[in-house]
Design a binder for this molecule. Structure first.
Ligand code: ZN
Ligand code: ZN
Length: 600
């Protein structure tokens, strides 16, 4: 096969470019054969690319198969064109042909499109094998496209540490590279349960500040990642900054940024701002509706959430599994058991969606809240997949609130089996036995905990004050203003006592603490965070009578009963709204009540 410089524009190639149908393509193909142009690599690569659009796959492959001794360039361009057209399997078999061919080895241009295809389809094992080939066939340092495609592949597949390794190798990352690493961290922060991984979100913000120091200007994709990280961290200041950045820099408030902003403001409990963004979006899609429906549901506005769902269907948007999950949890919040069950059934019947574990977990929550514990247990027994820890935890929550000791034990035993390293489960199980005076079982559980080498997980709370995020641990005295914080805590206790509040003690049935409390003067982390936030607004008080901002806290463990009742009272005594996101849900404290109605 001869090669021809791509810059030479042959009249037949000119005709080829003008082809709009399969028939004209065939005519030009014939001319290429008679003129001998088909013997040159570049013209063949052009007709192959166009043929994938205008002709059939088999016609394209026939053209290719008739080429004698195709060059590696031709293989690479066809692989890339096939990937663009979604023909990933054909591109893989073509890659295998290169491997089988004694004259060729894959080169730097072979891999990027394949990694892109594997990343987009989350074909992790195929991609990892391909990475092995990169190590075998390519010399280091790799070409920047190969590095970027490896980074992108691993970040898409959620292998954040490997992605970061490749990112750190790239000397001057371009916008696309920054975006893939930032998006990886942002995705990682939302992938696990509600608490997500704050360290990923923190790292996204950290990297973004590095990006700003380089000369690369962020675009819409960057902002989506940044806003998502802020939403996970509850970082109101940084999130609002990102919103302003979008407006000031004439970036388009597209539906991706819109969805991220709605989630941000909904997570922060600013539902009116979330509504405002939602209304401003000129183009909405299912994801925008999902974010708003979910936002309303998690803050206990079940009926509004269901109204929006009706509007979504009226406007012709097709619900997906996330929508149904949000709608079911809305029903659960307002106790609409029948309606919740109907939505669950409609998934399969009306929308042909396969219920996932989350849907079953929500179903158990829905039935459990309404006290239908037998039905909930029945659903777990008959679900088509193996119930995971989240499902059992939903049953546990219901059994706990309705005081069903036997069912608590069933759920907890499963939890200890499924998550042998989670201390909270052992503590809960041991407490259930203690309540029923089964001391030998208590001993057994403690021993089991020792055998597994389980330590209690340290509780931590994040709170944002004046634009920076502060972290508090239990009984933390490391904060620069620790002295002031502890005096504030004393003042808070005094004010609480005026309302004859007594701290709850262990003998209350099912008062379960996942978090260690050493001595009476040691406070759980959220209490310190609240004290610090109150202290910060005391400092601001002098400059007029502006409304004190909502206190927003993110906690890594479940809020304990004592802190929950105290926070309710604090919201009344200090006339402040306090929003705590714990490991399982949002608690919106205001005027002495909580949006979870004491069920969490
Ligand atoms: Zn607590
Ligand atoms: Zn609550």
């Amino acid at each position: 096969m001869r090669s021809i410089s791509p810059r030479v524009e042959h009249p037949i190639l000119h005709l080829l470019q003008k082809c709009k149908t399969f028939d004209t393509l065939k005519q030009v193909h014939a001319q290429m054969i008679t003129s001998g142009l088909i013997l040159h690599t570049y013209p063949v690569s052009r007709i192959l690319h166009l043929s994938l659009t205008l002709a059939t796959l088999s016609y394209t492959m026939t053209i290719f198969n008739l080429v004698q001794n195709p060059t590696i360039f031709l293989y690479n361009t066809l692989i890339s064109s096939l990937v663009q057209k979604g023909q990933v399997h054909v591109s893989i078999s073509l890659y295998n042909q290169i491997l089988a061919c004694p004259d060729h080895n894959p080169n730097s241009y072979t891999y990027p499109s394949l990694f892109k295809a594997f990343g987009a389809r989350l074909l992790f094992r195929n991609g990892r094998t391909l990475h092995g080939h990169v190590l075998k066939f390519l010399d280091t340092p790799y070409d920047s496209f190969v590095q970027a495609s490896l980074l992108n592949f691993y970040s898409r597949c959620g292998r954040i540490a490997v992605a970061r390794y490749f990112f750190d190798q790239i000397r001057n990352p371009d916008l696309a590279t920054w975006n893939s690493i930032l998006s990886a961290y942002a995705r990682n922060s939302t992938s696990s349960d509600l608490y997500g991984s704050t360290s990923s979100s923190m790292e996204a913000l950290n990297l973004f500040s590095h990006m700003q120091m380089s000369l690369i200007k962020p675009n819409e994709v960057t902002l989506v990642a940044l806003i998502t990280a802020c939403a996970e961290l509850g970082a109101v200041g940084q999130g609002a900054w990102a919103h302003v950045y979008v407006l000031r820099n004439n970036l388009s408030l597209n539906r991706f940024i819109g969805t991220a902003l709605i989630s941000l403001y909904a997570n922060l409990g600013c539902l009116n701002v979330a509504w405002q963004v939602f209304d401003e979006l000129s183009q909405k899609d299912t994801l925008c509706f999902n974010a708003m429906i979910r936002g309303l549901a998690i803050h206990g506005h079940g009926l509004e959430s269901l109204d929006l769902f009706k509007m979504m269907k009226r406007e012709g948007f097709l619900p997906d599994d996330v929508t149904i999950l949000a709608v079911m949890s809305a029903c659960s919040h307002v106790g609409l058991v029948e309606e919740g069950l109907e939505h669950f059934e409609s998934m399969v019947v009306d929308y042909r969606l396969e219920p996932k574990l989350e849907h079953y977990s929500c179903l158990v929550d829905l039935l459990g809240r309404a006290g239908l514990l037998e039905e909930a247990q029945e659903r777990i027994a008959t679900m088509p997949m193996k119930p995971n820890a989240i499902v059992w935890r939903s049953l546990l929550g219901a059994a706990r609130v309705h005081g069903n000791v036997e069912m608590c034990e069933v759920a907890l035993k499963k939890l200890v089996e499924l998550e042998p390293e989670t201390s909270g489960n052992y503590v809960l199980l041991s407490n259930v036995y203690a309540c029923t005076n089964r001391w030998s079982d208590v001993k057994r559980v403690r021993q089991l905990m020792k055998d597994h080498g389980v330590d209690k997980m340290p509780g931590s709370s994040l709170v944002e004050v004046n634009g920076s995020v502060h972290e508090f641990l239990i009984g933390d005295k490391s904060h620069p203003r620790a002295g002031d914080i502890y005096s504030k805590l004393e003042e808070m206790n005094m004010r609480l006592q005026e309302f004859s509040h007594r701290p709850r003690t262990r003998e209350v049935m099912f008062d379960i603490e996942e978090e260690e409390k050493e001595g009476a003067l040691s406070y759980h982390s959220e209490r310190l965070a609240i004290a610090f936030a109150l202290l910060a607004s005391d400092d601001d008080d002098d400059d007029g009578s502006r409304r004190a901002p909502t206190i927003r806290i993110i906690k890594n463990l479940r809020v304990c009963v004592d802190c929950h009742s105290t926070t309710k009272l604090l919201s009344m005594v200090y006339k402040r709204e306090i929003i705590v996101r714990d490991r399982t849900r949002f608690h919106h404290f205001s005027n002495g009540t909580c949006s979870c109605f004491d069920y969490w």
